[in-house]
Design a protein around this ligand. Structure first.
Ligand code: SF4
Length: 278
């Protein structure tokens, strides 16, 4: 990806794609946005870009737990405690982030390895690049078979619940891999309590066993649960992608979804006109 003045160009195979102007100056979407726009509060994303978002100790703790669980370094872009502007997909930082993630593009992956952490997926829809960063891909017989998204929490009661936006984020990875012709067999969300002794990459055989079994929800350890994600057809997913893109392309306004659960955890609740929790 290259920035030319205020617009950007994606070089994709032999193609040169002029990325259309997107809301808030973003250059590409993170695939997780689709889940948040459809099943969370889209207006929160709108405010995140207008006002910034809070990085708290929970966010830093989540990154540290991811690093431990996956055996990787977590390099949050500009993450300091407090309010941070969203720069991951805007301006020079956005281009740097996208291009650095492309060094781990799944097309370069070695599927003879047991698993691959933090590989990058790309899909282009209506000339907009969409970047997906699944936590783990498990390979079998030299092919990518299972995708695992890791979610960490401080509250054991949260282990049993996969939110709609988390499920759609995981589902997006499945469809993005299928779009690239890689046809995975399944996708799951693993939820772990931060600080637990369970470690994902030390339990790959157990995870495969449950992914190949019939149950949708299995406890892997006292503080770790795996949830299989139900994957819809590709066209249903594309409808969600297009609905999300309509906002970024400026074709419709952001949709608020106020609720006690969402607003009470939202840093914008005090001034958001739709908030139900002040
Ligand atoms: S306060 Fe509620 S309605 Fe407003 S952005 Fe946050 S979650 Fe959405």
């Amino acid at each position: 990806m290259e920035l030319l003045g205020e617009s950007a160009v994606l070089y994709w195979g032999d193609e040169r794609i002029a990325i259309p102007k997107l809301k808030h100056g973003v250059l590409f979407l993170m695939s997780g946005y689709i889940g948040s726009q459809i099943n969370g509060c889209e207006y929160k994303i709108h405010l995140d870009y207008l006002r910034g978002r809070i990085v708290n100790e929970g966010v830093i703790g989540g990154l540290q737990e991811h690093a431990k669980q996956l055996g990787v370094d977590e390099d949050g872009l500009g993450l300091e405690l407090g309010w941070n502007p969203v720069i991951v997909n805007r301006g020079d930082e956005g281009v740097y982030f996208f291009n650095s993630k492309m060094r781990n593009w799944i097309g370069y992956a070695d599927f003879s390895r047991r698993f691959i952490q933090e590989v990058s997926l790309v899909m282009v829809r209506r000339d907009v690049p969409i970047l997906g960063l699944p936590d783990l891909v498990i390979n079998l017989n030299n092919k990518p078979m299972y995708i695992v998204e890791l979610k960490t929490t401080n509250n054991p009661a949260n282990l049993k619940v996969v939110r709609g936006r988390e499920a759609l984020q995981a589902e997006s990875y499945f469809h993005m891999m299928s779009y690239l012709g890689l046809n995975p067999r399944g996708v799951a969300v693993i939820k772990v309590v931060r600080g637990s002794e369970f470690r994902v990459i030390d339990n790959i055989d157990v995870i495969i066993k449950y992914l190949e079994g019939g149950e949708d929800f299995v406890r892997l350890a006292r503080h770790a649960v795996i949830h299989k994600i139900n994957v819809r057809g590709f066209n249903d997913f594309l409808k969600d992608v297009d609905y999300s893109l309509d906002y970024w392309l400026g074709l419709r306004n952001p949709r608020p979804s106020p609720s006690k659960g969402l607003c009470s955890n939202c840093e914008h609740r005090r001034y958001c006109p739709y908030s139900v929790v002040r």
